[in-house]
Design a protein around this ligand. Structure first.
Ligand SMILES: Cc1cc2nc3c(=O)[nH]c(=O)nc-3n(C[C@H](O)[C@H](O)[C@H](O)COP(=O)(O)OP(=O)(O)OC[C@H]3O[C@@H](n4cnc5c(N)ncnc54)[C@H](O)[C@@H]3O)c2cc1C
Length: 595
């Protein structure tokens, strides 16, 4: 077989300085290595190889310079803007200077410049819906959108919420909205001109209805002329100043619970051209995403348009939520990559006890653990993007696959991002805790991924639902068995992967039983690890990466096997320096045989 094009991609990355050179630097420069200005695309050569694998060849070639430029921005200008915007949260202004009661959210110029990059230059909210973005004539496949997002989020997480909401709202509107609504709003939703752009939002959560959406109390009433009006209190509204929002509300006289909840499109401006009848009561003071406005909104008879069937409101909203959950998984993957890139850079360039940190055994283990979780999430991102593309083309099996992969990546990658960003902070030492560096912002932002769009418990229960009600497990199992059959590995290793897959599927079936709810998280974790391990092993063969095969083995060995806390871990891991090196690995180490 000829080599895959991905095998021919080689970047020159700047290696860590040798100790002798570091020692000759002035004290301050040698003490605090600074990665600012690095190209985060080039700092991560496996990424280009994976993109060559998952994107159509022509699109990959076309997007190459855009990935490169975004990588440069993410390590430089975008990172600086993100830091400034984080320290200058938006403000809620209630009146115009002429005395009109017209609210608006005042965003810091640094945030607006990032909006111009995300919505404008890169068209991240538009590229799935129309051609012409970044010079590509067609709408791009999901893998391209997530590939760009993965780079963008390495510098800025907060803005990725409005971008994803706008993209997801457009998707849901196009899927379920009346043609007249689609024609009226989609051009503005997909505009790359900030003056024309309509951003999207999702107002669902109420004080008494968070995870329990069936408890929604916001009312929808109908005027004599047929106009729908919303009355209620929405407790968490991110991108509060958005021009359009999808809102869940309960039409009067409907049934109790989820079946009585309908989906509405709420414009910021009413059909009379005046501000619609809702009020942002206040903006939240948040741990992370400080540059993006999340508010509380009182709906006071606001005009809105029903989207799709009134009795299928939640099912339709679930489409938007799932798209947003997937985006959150992708963002967690990107944040972990940023954390790992920073940590590797520091470890290669900082000296303690006469050695580079990366040569110290305990640091090697710490970095390897971060790398495993980071690469798992990236593999899951591409696998899920592929399922979304096939599902959108009408493949019913791919729909079931997507249905389970989405909560899996949202659940586990978001949880892993909390730990990986925290560990990266520690690798920088005291500096990691200081707000001049990216670590603190990453850590604060990472914690949100596990809360919004469904907490960990809720999303793990959704995995259980996908297996039970939607019969998604056979689709996942089939895909993984095919990938295993295509992977290049010794028979003994393949048998170990197969056994892990069998056991994870058995556990998922166990979790289906009436008394299975308490093991929903354990089961989701197991499925995630098996799916990502097999994905990594498959990619290893396709792009010729022994490092990925080793990472796949490490998932099984360290994340899917019990460890006796009273027994000494195997001290001998001679492959660690090669795993962490910036050079490609020559071969997966023979000494590391799965047993
Ligand atoms: C910064 C931020 C921005 C947000 N933006 C938006 C937005 O734009 N639009 C929007 O609609 N919402 C938004 N949210 C709301 C978010 O989605 C909810 O906070 C989240 O879904 C949890 O709902 P809750 O806060 O009501 O917590 P609750 O539902 O009360 O949950 C509290 C705890 O109970 C647990 N729990 C609940 N049910 C179960 C169960 N069945 N089994 C086990 N445990 C359970 C949860 O896991 C959680 O730990 C935002 C939240 C934050 C923090």
């Amino acid at each position: 077989m000829p080599p895959h094009p991905a095998e021919n991609i080689h970047f020159t990355v700047s290696p860590g300085l040798p100790v002798s050179k570091l020692e000759s630097l002035p004290t301050a420069a040698a003490a605090i290595p600074d990665n600012r200005g690095a190209n985060l695309y080039r700092a991560d050569p496996d990424y280009a190889r994976l993109l060559a694998l998952y994107l159509p060849e022509k699109l990959f070639t076309h997007l190459g310079p855009h990935f490169d430029r975004l990588g440069q921005l993410a390590g430089g200008r975008l990172d600086e803007l993100a830091s400034t915007a984080d320290k200058n949260p938006p403000e809620l202004v209630h009146r115009t200077r002429t005395g009109l009661d017209q609210q608006h959210v005042e965003k810091h110029p640094a945030y607006v410049e990032m909006e111009r990059m995300a919505f404008g230059d890169y068209g991240l909210a538009a590229l799935s819906h129309r051609g012409g973005v970044l010079g590509w004539p067609e709408p791009m496949p999901p893998a391209a959108k997530y590939a760009l997002t993965y780079l963008f989020v390495q510098a800025e997480f907060g803005l990725c919420c409005p971008v994803s909401m706008t993209d997801s709202l457009t998707r849901t509107l196009r899927k379920f909205g009346a043609p007249e609504l689609v024609a009226r709003y989609v051009p503005a939703l997909t505009s790359q001109d900030l003056d024309q752009l309509f951003q999207g939002a999702m107002f669902m959560t109420e004080q008494g209805a968070g995870s329990d959406v069936g408890a929604t109390a916001t009312r929808a009433t109908r005027d004599a002329d047929g106009t729908w009006r919303l009355h209620g209190d929405k407790w968490f509204c991110s991108n509060a100043g958005a021009e359009l929002a999808m809102v869940l509300a309960r039409p009067d006289g409907g049934p109790e619970g989820l079946r009585g909840v309908a989906l509405f499109l709420l414009p910021k401006t009413g059909s009379d051209g005046m501000p619609n009848r809702y009020r942002i009561v206040r903006l939240k003071d948040k741990l992370g995403t400080r540059d993006m406005a999340s508010g509380e909104i009182k709906l006071e008879g606001a005009e809105a348009f029903p989207v799709g069937a009134l009795d299928r409101g939640f099912t339709q909203m679930a489409d938007m939520i799932n798209n947003s959950r997937l985006s959150n998984g992708v963002r967690a993957a990107g944040m972990m990559r940023r954390a790992l890139t920073e940590a590797l850079f520091i470890a290669r360039n900082r000296v303690a006890f006469g050695k580079r940190l990366i040569d110290l055994p305990l640091m090697q283990r710490q970095l390897a653990k971060m790398m495993v979780a980071t690469e798992q999430a990236r593999s899951m991102m591409f696998q899920t993007a592929a399922a979304l593309e096939a599902s959108d083309k009408g493949d019913a099996e791919a729909y079931r696959l997507l249905r389970i992969l989405t909560p899996l990546i949202k659940f586990r990658a978001c949880r892993d991002a909390r730990k990986v960003t925290g560990d990266a902070m520690e690798v920088r030492g005291g500096g990691g805790y200081i707000e001049e560096w990216s670590d603190a912002r990453l850590l604060r932002d990472a914690h949100l991924g596990s809360i919004w769009e469904g907490t960990s418990n809720i999303v793990a229960l959704d995995v259980r639902r996908a297996v039970g009600r939607e019969d998604a497990l056979p689709a996942l199992e089939k895909m993984l068995r095919e990938k295993l059959a295509q992977s290049k590995m010794a028979d003994k290793a393949r048998a170990t992967f197969t056994q892990a897959l069998d056991r994870a599927c058995a556990l998922a079936r166990e979790a289906q039983k009436a008394e299975g709810e308490p093991i929903a998280r354990q089961s989701a974790t197991a499925l995630y690890h098996v799916t990502s391990a097999i994905g990594l092993a498959w990619e290893a063969g396709r792009i010729g990466s022994p490092r990925r095969l080793l990472l796949a083995q490490l998932v099984l060995k360290h994340r899917l096997s019990a460890r006796d806390p009273l027994a000494a871990d195997a001290a001998d891991a001679p492959w660690l320096p090669e795993l962490l090196s910036e050079q490609p690995m020559n071969a997966a180490p023979d000494s590391f045989a799965l047993s």
